[in-house]
Ligand binder design. Structure first.
Ligand code: GLN
Length: 191
């Protein structure tokens, strides 16, 4: 008999959540979509995913369905979270070019940092000790600064910080869920 699978909740209000669900399922996790308060209360989660999309829309929807405070509390209490692109903006304590939202991650992030139109590109780089990770940037932000010595910088592309980890929070500018490479999701399940 194998180990009990991890239970992961993927915020499914808006944006690129299906891709995360598929990757996590392929890695053996039990995955549930979180759309309303009762989804969060229905079971114990081992981790949450905040997908890419549009951060302002996602934040407004989180408030509308009453999930905002709940998710903020869970993350503050240590729930592991994987946040990509707009999700990383939601977590960041300071947002250049936008509002602050959950503000659980002590970093400054710059929205649409590569420009709105031409800001989408694919490259590859290291993510901590994982090398040659394909990185899809889609109207992406980058981290201008980390504001706590406990924030670890995991990736830099052209001198810009694009992935960080602070305790239970893993945040990145790019979209690991759209590539074939599952090592970042695997790393997350390890947290
Ligand atoms: N530009 C979007 C925002 O500001 C993020 C883009 C993305 O998630 N791919 O929310």
């Amino acid at each position: 008999m194998g180990e009990k699978p991890l239970t992961i909740g993927v915020l499914a209000l808006q944006g690129a959540f299906i891709e995360h669900i598929n990757v996590l399922k392929s890695l053996g996790a039990d995955v549930y979509e979180i759309r309303q308060k009762s989804d969060l209360k229905a079971r114990h989660y081992d981790g949450l995913v905040l997908p890419g999309g549009e951060s302002t829309t996602q934040s407004n929807l989180l408030k509308k369905v009453g999930l905002f405070d709940e998710i903020q509390r869970l993350i503050e209490e240590g729930m592991p979270v994987l946040a990509t692109c707009a999700g990383a903006i939601l977590l960041s304590e300071n947002v250049v070019g936008g509002e602050r939202h959950l503000a659980t991650l002590p970093v400054t992030i710059k929205r649409n940092a590569y420009g709105r139109q031409l800001g989408s590109f694919i490259t590859s780089g290291s993510f901590g000790t994982i090398e040659n990770v394909p990185m899809n940037f889609i109207r992406a932000p980058y981290f201008e600064s980390v504001n706590d010595p406990e924030v670890k910088i995991l990736s830099k592309i052209d001198d810009k910080i694009v992935a960080v980890q602070y305790k239970n929070q893993l945040a990145m500018s790019f979209h690991p869920e759209v590539s074939e490479d599952k090592r970042i999701h695997k790393y997350f399940l390890g947290i």
